[in-house]
Design a protein. Sequence first.
Length: 276
Amino acid sequence: MSLQEVKQVWAAYFSATGNTAQVVKALANELAKQFNVKKRSRNFTLPKARETEYAFQPTDLVVFGTPVYAGRVPNKIMPFIRDSFVGNGALVVPVVTFGNRSYDDGLIELCTLLETNGFHTIAAVAQAARHAFSDLAMDRPNHADMNRLNEFAIQIADKINGLKELPEPIIVTGNNPVGPYYTPLGVDGKPTVFLKAKPKTDRDKCDYCGACIRLCPMGAIAKTDPADIPGLCIKCQACVKVCHTDAKFFDDPAFLSHKAMLEQTYGDLKQSEFFI
């Protein structure tokens, strides 16, 4: 890199069920290999990690990822990204994962947030991944996806090494300003509302291991009872995925109708998109 040497690669991510972390780490690992530098991580999935500000340096290269919820950066996480990340001129690769429907304006929203915070976008990825609460894209990211991510990391390194001046912000698909959040539909094609839906717990299956309590990104589950959820639930499915006894489940009719609609409508696998 003729402008400034990359001295450190960062993997920064919010990843409730692990898909985004997998994608971000794959890119960051290969980029660290290409530049022969260390890779460090900033995992801001859990509430404790969102109690501090994260500042980077001009010599940092950051792979920054979130899933999209309803086609946008998760609305309960967006303010933290907006207020708590400082780029200081660091290069960044924004990454969003989407559950085989669409990433809508999620990627351009993340790019804009990071550019506004002093990062320089150098490339971007919208990666298809298993949907959080349906059976869509169950094997994504798969082996072919991971190979493509490694190839893209090499392309990014080549671009950085060839820089003579800072490029314009990367151009990605989406509306700027961003549009509204996607409106969930039921099997009848009509809008359905399940904002107040929360996971249930089968007490006959639950062994009270506490994994769901520890790993809830919103800290919504009572520390003394995994069946008690007094806090805000964002339907991320972290508790459902981590439960080794399959005790966690959703039974809200509107939620299940939307899940069924997604599986009926978006079965054809979507392609990931890469911008450089």
